[in-house]
Design a protein around this ligand. Structure first.
Ligand code: GAL
Length: 665
């Protein structure tokens, strides 16, 4: 099985290309400008269904033939979409039952995109037929490099509550639980008189008078992720049958999107691709970028991955279209590359004149190529050719963070001890502390092999059946840092009895008798100078050492942070919502205890990739300076962008980047 877009040389550089929005005389200009900018890969036809199948069963491929031929003549490879992300109005008009329904029973109309129900047999049949028609038409086209199935599955409709989904949900539940008795037990239906006596009484979690059943919600999340995955697999299987040597992907939205369990999805793609958009108003947007990139590398199992979309500048679906700063698209591209991307593409090539995304930036802006954006695009395109040797290399990371979509879903439900907790913000808070310490992080799924890591962070790993693997890891000498809301329930959502944090009590040497979430805006001080927001809990130590206790708040004198020696290893517990310096101090102390060296910090991001050049092991230091002052790093080797030798140190210019092939000293 091929695992990377074929025939793309060096790092991939390009965009979504939507030529159908333009008259044909623009296409030659497109190819000429792409060549000038070093573009070598574009994604074509993502939203072209209505122009490819103009009426039921009547395909018109002529325009796409001409597009692909022109790109090929220009030496540009194609990541060809199956065009199934937006069914055309003729189809949804003929089959209105294929439209999705919200929890309130509202049927969503066409006129935007992604207007289909995941369980619709009409949608599935037509989508698979289109994928087959495209595969058969272009199987031998020399520009065809990879398949791009659909687009961002679930982005707008990740849950559908229609009658057909109710039937599919019941079938999924039967396969998971076997009998209604098991389902009733798993969902705890003795509560609020919810006991089911027949399968057809079971519904998707539609609008109800009060809080939903947590087990029903969690199973519906699992089902909905699986239902979309089945659609993806149906298209993929046809593509594999017709073009077994062309790799297949679909673009994810990690880490912004909770709707799909990407650990499961990642096992089904030939290579992982991802879309990531920074929020122009967020001062930590480069840290969010790193968080996403590290998570995507985790999904790719450490192998190279493709950034399918990011923006050259403004993003029109955000409340304010903040333009990127000079150098920002370049830094963003290198930061993804540093963290394992073997190519960085944009949405989109040429900025649209019409349609919903007119004010979204592109590689060629409305104002044309004589612009800051296009010049920067040209610059990076040329530079990528100088650093092509990094392709195929991997990234070093001494720390792992366990990331769990099921805990994200479960903790997103209402009826929890506080509505101020956000799984993604919580995980990001710990990630940012690690980023600021200059430490590269791998994200791993629950159950992953932890042996390669010196420190493992378990942020709010909520739904855990059995903590034995973590206990064994620590007993054998591992170091873990566990945070509050971990181990509280099993994977059905049933609370582990005997005190919190349930599954992790023994490993952590603690027992909590009651949660004490804080009031909105309230802060609790700790006796080591740290402070906590959102969460405190009435914790007793049961073998653990107290690192810090509350100085005020609802629980003065009660332990807030603990450290437990378990076998040959160490397990830390942060039982409260640490913020700011206190959070960074705890993370640095845990890193230090685990023997993890910290990096330069101060807004300079340094990542090491390792691979081979001409059969010899090589490492590259990739540094991205997000600050306003030059930074000097110890280094010996050749800086590939400038060609200059570094014989002791290298300067990373303010706002600039460095890619240095290291030499052993
Ligand atoms: C992505 C999508 C693209 C485009 C882009 C704009 O979510 O895949 O088609 O809409 O956002 O930022």
């Amino acid at each position: 099985m091929t695992i990377w877009p074929t025939r793309v040389r060096g790092l991939a550089w390009g965009a979504d290309y939507n030529p159908e929005q333009w008259p044909e005389d623009v296409w030659d200009d497109d190819v000429a400008l792409m060549r000038r900018a070093g573009v070598n890969l574009v994604s074509v036809a993502i939203f072209s269904w209505a122009l490819l199948e103009v009426e039921e069963g009547r395909y018109e491929f002529g325009w796409l033939d001409r597009v692909l031929d022109r790109l090929h003549a220009g030496g540009i490879r194609v990541d060809l979409a199956t065009a199934t992300a937006a069914p055309p109005p003729w189809l949804t008009t003929a089959h209105p039952e294929m439209l999705p329904e919200t929890a309130d029973g509202v049927r969503l109309a066409h006129g935007s995109r992604q207007s289909y129900c995941p369980s619709s047999p009409v949608y599935r049949t037509k989508a698979v037929a289109l994928a087959r028609a495209l595969a058969e038409r272009y199987r031998d086209h020399p520009a065809l490099s990879a398949w791009h199935v659909n687009n961002e599955y679930g982005c707008h409709v990740s849950r559908c509550y229609c009658d057909r989904c109710a039937v599919a949900f019941r079938a999924w539940l039967r396969a998971r639980h076997g009998t209604l008795d098991v389902l009733n037990e798993a969902w705890g239906t003795a509560f609020w008189s919810q006991r089911y006596t027949s399968w057809d009484q079971v519904l998707p979690p539609r609008a109800t008078p009060a809080t939903h059943n947590p087990g029903q919600l969690l199973d519906f999340d699992r089902f909905s992720s699986d239902a979309l995955l089945e659609l993806y697999k149906a298209e993929r299987d046809v593509l594999r049958e017709v073009t077994p040597d062309v790799p297949v992907t679909t673009n994810f939205m990690a880490a912004a999107f909770s709707g799909l369990d990407y650990w499961k999805w990642a096992a089904e793609v030939d290579f992982v691709s991802n879309d990531h958009y920074t929020f122009g108003e967020d001062p930590d947007r480069h840290v969010h970028l790193a968080y996403s990139a590290d998570l995507v590398r985790g999904l790719a199992g450490g192998r190279p991955w493709l950034l399918m979309e990011h923006s050259t500048s403004a993003v029109n679906w955000q409340p304010r279209n903040i333009a990127k700063l000079p150098g920002e698209l370049r830094r963003n591209s290198y930061a993804h590359m540093a963290r394992g991307a073997d190519g960085t593409l944009f949405f989109q090539w040429r900025q649209s004149r019409a349609g919903a995304e007119r004010y979204h930036s592109a590689m060629v802006p409305h104002a044309g190529p004589d612009t800051k954006v296009y010049r920067e695009v040209e610059q990076v395109g040329a530079e990528y050719q100088r650093i092509a040797e990094v392709v195929g290399s991997t990234v070093d990371a001494p720390v792992a963070v366990v990331f769990d979509w099921e805990s994200w879903w479960a903790l997103g439900q209402s009826g929890h001890p506080t509505s101020d907790f956000s799984y993604s913000e919580h995980v990001f808070g710990y990630y940012r502390a690690l980023w600021r310490a200059g430490v590269t992080v791998d994200f791993v799924p629950p159950g992953a092999d932890l042996a390669p890591y010196r420190l493992v962070v378990l942020p709010a790993l909520y739904a855990v059946d059995d903590a034995t693997p973590y206990e064994e890891h620590v007993a054998a000498g591992g170091h873990v840092l566990v945070t509050y809301l971990s181990g509280v329930t099993d994977t059905r959502g049933h609370v582990h009895l005997g005190g919190y944090p349930g599954a992790f009590r023994e490993l952590l040497g603690v027992r909590t008798e009651e949660f004490h979430p804080l009031r909105a805006g309230q802060t609790a001080a700790l006796d080591d100078g740290s402070s906590a927001v959102v969460w405190t809990e009435h914790l007793h130590v049961d073998g653990a050492e107290v690192v810090a206790s509350y100085a005020d708040g609802p629980l003065p004198g009660v332990p807030a942070v603990t450290r437990n020696e378990h076998g040959a290893g160490v397990a830390w517990y942060a039982a409260c919502g640490l913020v700011g310096d206190g959070l960074e101090r705890l993370v640095r102390t845990a890193l230090d205890g685990a023997g993890v060296p910290v990096g330069p910090g101060g807004g300079v991001e340094v990542v090491r990739r390792r691979g081979e050049v001409a059969g010899s092991a090589v490492s590259w230091l990739v540094a991205v300076n997000h600050s306003d002052s030059d930074a000097e790093l110890p280094a010996v080797g050749v800086e590939l962008l400038s060609g200059a030798r570094a014989s002791g140190s290298v300067v990373v210019p303010a706002g600039g980047v460095v890619v240095l092939r290291e030499e052993e000293v």
